[in-house]
Ligand binder design. Structure first.
Ligand code: HEC
Length: 244
């Protein structure tokens, strides 16, 4: 009878090893896609394709002296317009107070280029452009960064889903033969990074310099997961001495 403390992953039947392997591989691919998603969603926040700390600052802290729509049309929303003329028309209208009476031209631009996502069920349903009054409201907002409501939504989804993945990966990692102290550090590391990442979003909303810890937290979390996975997979598929 093997005691739990001495149990190692390579003693699992092949079915158990396959389950753990496919779980770790799928979650690893999931993490890669989540990083790509962050990259494609936010890397153009400052209008330049490369991902930088400035993108993180613009996303969470904003640009308190610029209208939200201007900053978005120079950044992530730029590609949705066909030409500079349309962009200038929208910005000009927003700067003039987004008045209903002067909305004829912008209405058709928004209908053609923006409504696809900025409506119920679209990618940007949280900022719907179906009604002119809401458009005026959003177009006259200052860029205060991510809204508290969106931060709450993103924080709870992030914490719960990634927390569960890290817990399952951690349980598998428990049964590797590495030194107990190192094991503790490697188990806590990705959770600490997750906490750092999410809390730094909230801090960056107030103080831009925390963009650095958003970045470090995000990267360390993924690195921590990959280190655990590699050690678990190596243990799982390497026969130990004297094992059958
Ligand atoms: C392909 C989908 C898509 C299209 C088309 C699109 N948007 Fe967006 N929009 C988004 C997403 C997703 C976000 C949230 C991410 C972000 O802020 O970059 C967003 C955010 C915004 C915001 C910030 C809203 C807020 O409250 O934070 C503004 C303003 C905006 N878009 C304006 C526009 C305008 C103007 C157009 C048309 C020229 C447009 N968008 C076209 C998907 C889209």
């Amino acid at each position: 009878m093997v005691r739990l403390r001495e149990f190692r992953l390579n003693r699992l039947p092949v079915s158990g090893r396959l389950l753990c392997t496919f779980f770790l591989v799928c979650m690893g691919i999931g993490f890669v896609f989540s990083q790509l998603n962050v990259f494609f969603t936010y890397s153009r926040a400052d209008g330049i394709a490369a991902f930088s700390l400035q993108d993180i600052v613009l996303t969470y802290y904003g640009q308190p002296d610029v209208l939200l729509v201007e900053s978005k049309l120079n950044g992530t929303m730029r590609e949705h317009l066909e030409n500079e003329y349309e962009r200038n028309s929208l910005i000009h209208w927003a700067k003039g107070g987004a008045e209903k009476e002067k909305s004829n031209e912008v209405k058709s631009i928004i209908l053609k280029n923006c409504l696809l996502c900025h409506t119920a069920g679209g990618d940007a349903a949280f900022a719907p452009f179906d009604k002119l009054s809401t458009v005026s409201d959003i177009f006259t907002r200052i860029n205060n960064g991510m809204s508290t409501h969106r931060l709450i939504t993103l924080s709870h989804i992030h914490m719960i889903s990634i927390g569960v993945v890290l817990a399952l990966s951690g349980i598998i990692f428990l049964f590797t033969p590495i030194n107990e102290k190192l094991k503790m550090i490697l188990l806590i590391f990705p959770f600490g990074s997750l906490l750092m990442d999410v809390f730094s979003w909230w801090l960056t909303k107030r103080i831009p310099v925390f963009a650095i810890t958003v970045f470090i937290g995000g990267v360390f979390m993924v690195i921590g997961f990959f280190i655990q996975s590699v050690i678990s997979l190596l243990t799982m598929w390497t026969p130990s001495e004297g094992s059958d």
